[in-house]
Design a binder for this molecule. Structure first.
Ligand code: F6P
Length: 426
């Protein structure tokens, strides 16, 4: 993975999660990893529970009792193993942000981690999720914890009861973070209040900003390319052409398609500044916003050419793009990496908002989809995103669910496989 400008500071950060069980720590940790990875920043989560399960797969609440010295010993061993692997990853794989996903509820435990980080010159940053909203906690217990590997095969009611007792055991020793000399973010009731202390580096501030925008209200995001355009018909890339007749038909059918999926939920539609997305969204009866950041990848001097013309005129460029499509930048234009960088504010805003539909372009849609679905950079520019298809994304606790809804309106394929000569396609 190539380095990203955020790394100019050359920092390595250990994000230490803090909080009682069922406070959404793992979800937050995984989201940070996904966001940073999308921005090409090496990030990895080290979940202490996974290490603990290697020895103790199905513990009961007593295992987590402070007076259970064997439980204490095994839990400490698991934390040590996770931290050891994290430091190895920092050293051997040039890790940048390692996340230690555990409860880390006592000052003693946190001081121990602090010492280890300081000895290794790794910046410690605490992220505490503090929550006293009973509904949220209960929802988390039922949603996530009864499907946790700890309770596999057990009656969900019994599992929930045991899990509540586990939480009580943690509550007996829990000390919230208050040390003024530490770098920390405290998220209270999932972002309804955020306390920030001693944030020092740019990268830390990006993580904080991201965390401030998160919410966990149920919602969906709908993605669609614009309807088939005149340029699509002639195989040309870029430009600002109008929709074809079939593209206009898609625009006319889109309100029905969207309604079927959205129902009566409130929705806002975002389009690019280009005619083809605005013509596609024209009949959608929702508030609409236009974003320059949603414009198609700029093909620079190749704008308005067909793939075949590019292959004939610029054979080296054509081959270079196939070689590394994510990094390749059109002369005078953009690469996929450039598009991801300009989409960052879109992702932030998407995290803040509820139901949003985005009508955009092939490359941009791939980048947004890659963020939600955690698609690696070597694959994302090659994903097939057909025209006249509505994609529904529903973020859930452990991943995003996808539904594709195809409109029954034919369209050309604008997809060119890796290594395929543009000439063969004709
Ligand atoms: O062909 C449609 C299009 O949106 C072009 O405008 C754009 O250059 C291209 O897709 C991006 O896809 P790819 O990166 O696969 O060439």
């Amino acid at each position: 993975m190539a380095s990203y400008s955020f790394q100019a500071e050359n920092v390595q950060i250990c994000v230490i999660m803090v909080g009682l069980p069922a406070r959404g720590k793992s979800l937050i940790a995984q989201k940070i990893v996904r966001y940073l990875t999308w921005l090409s920043i090496r990030a990895k989560c080290f979940n202490v529970g996974n290490y603990r399960r290697l020895e103790t797969a199905h513990p009961t609440a007593e295992f987590f009792d402070v007076n259970n010295s064997e439980g204490e010993r095994l839990r400490k061993l698991a934390a040590e193993a996770a931290i050891r692997d994290m430091f190895r990853w920092f050293d051997q794989e040039q890790g940048v942000v390692g996340i230690l996903d555990a409860t880390n509820t006592t000052k003693t435990r946190r001081n121990w981690i602090l010492d280890l980080c300081r000895k290794r010159n790794v910046e410690p940053m605490f992220v505490e999720s503090w929550c006293d909203d009973e509904d949220l906690i209960m929802q988390n217990i039922m949603d996530v914890k009864t499907t946790s590997p700890d309770y596999v095969g057990q009656d969900p009611e019994k599992a929930a009861l045991d899990f509540r007792n586990r939480i009580r055991n943690y509550e007996k020793v829990y000390e919230t973070i208050s040390e003024r000399d530490l770098t920390y973010v405290k998220l209270i009731n999932v972002g309804s209040q955020v306390i920030i202390n001693r944030i020092q580096s740019y990268l830390e501030s990006r993580i904080v900003y991201y965390l401030m925008n998160l919410h966990i209200k149920p919602r969906c995001i709908w993605l669609s390319r614009h309807g088939e355009s005149a340029f699509n018909l002639s195989g040309k890339i870029g430009g600002d052409s109008d929709l074809s007749e079939r593209g206009r038909e898609y625009a006319r059918q889109l309100p029905r398609l969207v309604k079927m999926s959205v129902g009566d939920r409130p929705l806002t539609v975002w389009t690019s500044t280009l005619k083809r997305t605005q013509q596609t969204a024209k009949y959608l009866p929702y508030r609409q916003l236009t974003w320059k950041a949603l414009d198609e990848l700029d093909a620079g001097q190749c704008d308005g050419l067909t793939y075949e013309e590019i292959e004939n005129r610029y054979p080296d460029d054509f081959a270079a793009r196939d070689e590394n499509k994510y990094e390749y930048r059109y002369p005078g234009g953009e690469s996929y990496r450039d598009v991801v960088v300009r989409l960052e504010p879109i992702i932030m805003e998407l995290e803040r908002q509820e139901n949003i539909m985005i009508v955009t372009h092939q490359a941009v849609l791939r980048c947004i989809y890659a963020y939600f679905m955690n698609v690696p950079q070597d694959q994302s520019p090659w994903m097939e995103v057909p025209l006249h298809t509505l994609i529904q994304l529903e973020p859930k606790a452990y991943g995003t669910e996808v539904i594709r809804i195809k409109a029954d309106i034919p369209a050309v394929s604008t997809y060119r496989e890796k290594g395929q000569s543009a000439k063969i396609k004709k």
